[in-house]
Design a protein around this ligand. Sequence first.
Ligand code: PLP
Length: 494
Amino acid sequence: MRSHLLNDTTAESYRRSVTEGVERVARKLAATRGPFTGVTPADLAPVVDAVDLDRPLGDPSAALDELESVYLRDAVYFHHPRYLGHLNCPVVIPAVLGEAVLSAVNSSLDTWDQSAGGTLIERKLIDWTTGRIGLGPLADGVFTSGGTQSNLQALLLAREEAGSTDLKKLRIFSSECSHFSVQKSAQLLGLGRDAVVAVPVDRNKRMQSVVLAAELEACRAEGLIPMAIVATAGTTDFGSIDPLPEIAALAAEYGAWMHVDAAYGCGLLASRTRRHLLDGIERADSVTVDYHKSFFQPVSSSAVLVRDGATLRHATYHADYLNPLPQALGFARAGGTPSTLAEQIPNQVDKSLQTTRRFDALKLWMTLRVMGADGIGELFDEVCDLAAEGHALLTADPRYEVVVEPQLSTLVYRYVPEAAASPADVDRANLHARKALFASGEAVVAGTKVDGRQYLKFTLLNPETTPADIAAVLDLIAGHAEQYLGENLVHAAS
Ligand SMILES: *Cc1c(COP(=O)(O)O)cnc(C)c1O
């Protein structure tokens, strides 16, 4: 079994296995005819069930053969131009190369003595990101598993900085379109059930700062504590960007921590033409970025950034075996202050909620070294331009109703029949169209609700998608919806 361990003696087997895996994926990418095959859980479950995990195949080629039927054949492929579903991106090759290197070397970024240069690379990318945001000289941060974790950590820091012993008094303000991880974080942080105040949005789905101001005033009047304001820079559904400068001013006025959830909108940091959409983000106390959304990185790759690196101490714990206090190492006696000496051993675990942690930063590093930030920004600009074209198509199409003009790259719309139909029928027709399209495998779109009604959503993150793809998918959707309504009429008549 030692022949399966990756080391100096198994280099040849490593090369062969990985090359074979790469070869199969490359062939797969070239052969996919749609983003999905339409397989159902009922079709696929028996195939996976039939694998006997206690009878290993012993050979990577055989395992790859099997993988074809249990996974590769029916996977959902984000590189396909008609995958228009969730916030998943096609990935850039330098990042995939980084992924292959990081998992083979397997550094763990919790401590210097498990990563060495990896720690410095991560730190440099954090500095690069805070520089792009404009968070100032004391800024710091750490890579995380995703926006959910970044938001949780940011709100943990905000809670600690609020310095209240009565957690039930703390309030978080975020727009009604903010990500559900805000709510989840409040729960995990032990805040009260009513901790998150949902601030209404305007017709462009941006937080209404006038209402926010009133809510903050009411909070103060009730003797409650405005712990944090979460501004979303790119809401998951609409890509709308809350008014960051107004929110920053209110956060300062009421002494609230300003967190900007730029999980989606962070791609603008690399854009040469749209960076201004994030103006005001430089005033945040903390920022969430998901490189695995708009930087075209493989999952996972995210970071939480803070204006004042010292606040990260709220996530610091010590273990004798891992990152003992500087005093425990005898540094205090050696002269210098413990903190500066601790700083000499750059242990990232001191800043993270995780312990063992992937070297995800390497993917972004390789990307920037090969393509540069402009390369990423251009790709993101392309999908934002595409969304504008898609919006024009939808607006001109009498079969569809579209919700907002996109700031980023999502479109929320729905099919509206020519003939009179009840609102419930229109909802059902749209739901049906989404499901039928998914089952056909020809395209994948997402769905959401707006004011209680069923809508459909394109999340455009693939620069290979063309307006013609969008038009074709709209025809497919209309076809499914019309068919559904047609059959319903038949049923109603009989
Ligand atoms: C996707 C998203 C998140 C959650 O990020 P994950 O990486 O999926 O954990 C948080 N906020 C916003 C606005 C998002 O779009």
